[in-house]
Ligand binder design. Sequence first.
Ligand SMILES: [Zn+2]
Length: 80
Amino acid sequence: MSITCKVCGYNTLLAVKPLIDRLGWETRLQDVVPYLRCSSCKAKGQVTFQIVFVGSSGEAMLGAEKKNHPKATGIFDGNV
Ligand SMILES: [Zn+2]
């Protein structure tokens, strides 16, 4: 996903799947974002994120093997 700092405008890409693998499917991105710290200006929680699909492999499709998870389809439905 694309992460943009609201304070300094710093933009970076963050892979979604490793984040999910680490935090688990029960964690919503909206819950994680407040803890993200800008690596440029060190502002904490002042970021916006946007899901972007990188490449054509379908890897960014958030793990098709998890599609039976009851919450899997609703994780990224929030607007921040
Ligand atoms: Zn920043």
